[in-house]
Design a protein around this ligand. Sequence first.
Ligand code: EPZ
Length: 449
Amino acid sequence: MKMESAWIGRRKKGMVIGMEQYIIKGGNPLVGEVAIGGAKNAALGILAGAIMADESVILHNLPDVRDINVLLEAIEGSGAIVERKSRHTVLLNGSTIYNMTVDNSYIKKMRASYYLLGAMLGKYHHAEVSLPGGCNIGSRPIDQHLKGFRAMGATAVVRNGMIVVDTEHLMGAHIYFDMVSVGATINVMLAAVLADGRTVLENCAKEPHVVDVANLLNTMGARIKGAGTDVIRIDGVEKLHGADYSVIPDQIEAGTFMFAAAATRGDVTVKNVIPKHLECLTSKLREIGCEVSEFDDAVRVVSKGRLSHSTIKTLPYPGFPTDMQPQMAVLLALSEGTSTITESIFENRFKYVDELNRMGSDIKVEGNTAIINGIPALMGAQVTAPDLRAGAALVIAGLAADGITTVEDIGYILRGYEDFACKLRSLGGMIEEVESEREIQKFKMSVVG
Ligand code: EPZ
């Protein structure tokens, strides 16, 4: 990689290890404009797809976040050419790949490493990838991915902590997914692009990132129809060619800033978004009392008084996203009345509740439902991010709370939000990323005055 991302530069200097945390002085309404970066979860599938050609693929609008940079390192480790043209643009060329085993300590910690299985199985008919890690939000099996590969004629086994997929001949197949899975839809689609004959995938995920990966692959010469609907049809082609492609904006990053505006009674215009992808969030914000205006590529959220209660159930797209569930809980914790949130995608996504209750919220979890009795204000406290989106939610809580909040274990947050603290500061949020007791004291002194 010629140019280093901000994160890799810091990691090499040994600065990222240690007590990374955010310190926040709450109470300032967020006001202003913020630009959203490329969608992390689209970009992860797109990076895997890009190495399926033996020509150069230039990708723009890649977020400079840990998960992306770790996957880029793994791709480079396979022998592919990875040239960072600028902070958000990377050239990839898969013609030099010689190593189909992806195994390092970082890749083990991320979920989307499994996309290299689909991509390499399609291109080389063989791949070995460490069993995926990722946020600890539930058991997260990958049986549907493996079911798809097997239906296409591959063997798929787990050996010494590695998933090994292999075939002499990859054939198109008719596959019905037993549940709607973003990862399985993208992974099997990747492999099917270079399989022999037609693949039909049923009960597919319809998330914008599934469509984005399909659009990249089609730009590279694939023949995929129906991405964004329940049924995707893929006619295998012999090879893919180079392309120049830009990743869609991140609807979860956008939603996080929209909800931060709502929680702090602010007025924020979130730019560089596709408002259609945010409709479900926009309508919930309106329902609980925010004003939301939609523009061609921006949304403005204005929140004035106390918000009202609501009922939420997470569902696959276009339903309410599980990735916005913890941020929604912060809004409802501060709303009038009693709300409920039912989590139907991941069984372990309420681990932030104890942390939020340390800040004064009144939330009880019964089974897969959180019952939230709204309170007028949160109080600053020392909390720990249990995963990526819950971490972002605790930051929003800190920005809305009275007093000082510290959020520990922000490594999770840095996996998926680029320049999070910096963007929040540009909106008037008082937040710093600190790594030592000295920096914490310095922040406290600066906010007291
Ligand atoms: C993706 O995870 C996202 N990750 C997650 O984002 C997101 O929360 C999730 O989709 C749902 O939208 C990436 O894109 C890298 P699934 P994924 O397969 O693909 C079950 C974030 O914060 N399932 O759609 O792992 C599974 O257990 C992250 O950015 C199986 O049972 O999610 C879950 O209950 C966290 N077998 C449900 O399906 C399988 O083979 C949906 O999972 C696959 C999934």
